[in-house]
Design a binder for this molecule. Structure first.
Ligand code: UGA
Length: 435
């Protein structure tokens, strides 16, 4: 079986590398030449644990990387994992995926080969049906007879992409008939013998992905709301609350870490897309809107503490510790830290940042408007305040000597990771009520 994977982002490249390393016959396709060159040389275009090693194994076997779509017509199975970015009204932009599908259709136009298209990209309910129409029009062939389209949403996490591709917790397959799902279902069963497979129709599979991410976002906004209340109760601690309620099996302990709000390329975008979709169906997205609003309020809380402590933040020097949207990635897309820096720059603050992986990506955004350092001590030097934004382990044990040159020994810890008790500092944290 020859397999094509179109769109080599976190999802597509991880899948290509893992399948390639297992000796599948894979062609990975992307239209970004720079990216293609890097991947062909075994260098991932983004930072992801274990990816480089597994990619190199794949490249030594039968994994090929290309920018050309021509080889697709020889493929039996085509995964589409291109991005579905956000438009200004929150809805998703289907431009990329539609253009890929048209190109694909043209490749299979004059062939008699039966093929399967698997939609891995996150798409709003109703999209797969539109894709089928485009394919039928461009190929002049029939879904069900000449080809099958299957919706197969992805649940992998950045920074755990390889782990999750090798051992997903669930496979969701949406199709028109159970017969059309059989081939892909068997393919996954061979790869992951004990993983549950949910088989359903297109629109339900599409909706599962949004419901999943919206629920995760809801858990985070819930605990962030509780954290805000805790901050007003002297001595209270959101960590203990999360631990206690997390032990109730009906609630579960994961995704209850209060923080600066959820960021990244998925949760914020998917919640907004679902709000927009819900409105279009005539259902008031009351809960989803609240989830989004709480997320946006988190940054205001940080600003409030700053204003209260520093009086006027104009010209104040602020250290930002962590710019990636979570630890163990260099991804700064929709990172709350990036939004905070933009806000502080608007208010006239001077900013120095530190991040173990994401400095280069931050530099692409802020250029020479802020300072970048590789050492925590240099980041803190002469600052009026430091804000821990990302849950990197590096920020757990900041030393006395690191803070010794701060102008004001004031630290705001949005992740409650700093061992602050032995440090002589004024400490504020999200979710801790000041005594
Ligand atoms: C998320 C989902 O977790 C994946 O299942 C999904 O496949 C992916 O989106 C996607 O749709 O592609 P990811 O964007 O990698 O994965 O990030 P998460 O690990 O979900 O974290 C999202 C944000 O929530 C981060 O900013 C993180 O710091 C924050 N978070 C997470 C909290 O503030 N508290 C928590 O308890 C957990």
């Amino acid at each position: 079986m020859k397999i094509a994977i179109i769109g080599l982002g976190f999802v597509g490249l991880s899948l290509a590398a893992v399948l390639g390393s297992k000796n599948f016959n894979i062609i990975g396709i992307d239209t970004d030449f720079k990216k293609i060159k890097k991947i062909q040389n075994g260098i991932p275009p983004f930072s992801e644990p274990k990816l480089e090693k597994i990619l190199k194994i794949g490249l030594k076997k039968r994994l090929k990387i290309s920018s050309k779509f021509e080889e697709i017509k020889y493929c039996d199975l085509v995964f589409i994992s291109v991005g579905t970015p956000q438009l200004s009204d929150g809805s998703i932009d289907l431009k990329n995926i539609k253009s890929v599908v048209k190109t694909l259709g043209n490749q299979y136009k004059n062939s008699t080969k039966k093929f399967q298209i698997v939609i891995k990209s996150t798409v709003i309910p109703g999209t797969t049906v539109k894709i089928i129409k485009i394919l039928e029009k461009t190929t002049k062939r029939k879904q069900g007879k000449d080809f099958d389209v299957i919706t197969n949403p992805e649940f992998l996490r950045e920074s755990k992409a390889i782990e999750d591709t090798i051992k997903p917790h669930l496979i969701v397959l949406g199709g028109e008939t159970s017969n059309s799902l059989k081939k892909l279902s068997n393919f996954y069963k061979n790869m992951h013998p004990n993983i549950p497979i949910i088989k359903t129709n297109y629109q339900t599979a599409e909706m599962i992905k949004y419901a999943n991410n919206a629920f995760l976002a809801t858990k985070i906004s819930f605990i962030n709301q509780i954290a805000s209340i805790c901050e007003k109760i002297p001595g209270s601690n959101v960590e203990d609350i999360a631990k206690a309620i997390g032990l109730d099996p009906r609630i579960g302990k994961l995704f209850l870490k209060a923080g600066p709000g959820y960021g990244g390329s998925c949760l914020p975008k998917d919640v907004k897309a679902l709000i927009n979709f819900s409105k279009n169906t005539g259902v008031k997205p009351v809960l989803l809107k609240a989830v989004n609003s709480i997320n946006e309020l988190q940054i205001e809380k940080i600003e409030e503490i700053l204003e209260k402590k520093l009086k006027n933040i104009q010209d104040k020097h602020i250290a930002i510790l962590g710019v990636s949207f979570k630890a163990n990635t260099d991804d700064v897309r929709d990172s709350i830290s990036i939004n905070l820096i933009k806000l502080l720059l608007k208010k006239g603050s001077r900013i120095t940042i530190h991040d173990p992986m994401a400095l280069e990506n931050a530099r692409k955004i802020f250029k020479n408007k802020i300072k970048y350092t590789n050492s925590i001590k240099n980041t803190l030097k002469d600052t009026n305040c430091a804000i821990i934004m990302t849950d990197w382990d590096d920020y757990q044990n900041i030393l006395k000597k690191d803070i010794s040159t701060m102008k004001n020994k004031l630290i705001i810890d949005t992740r409650r990771i700093l061992n602050y008790k032995k440090l002589d500092i004024e400490y504020h944290a999200i979710g801790l009520g000041k005594k």
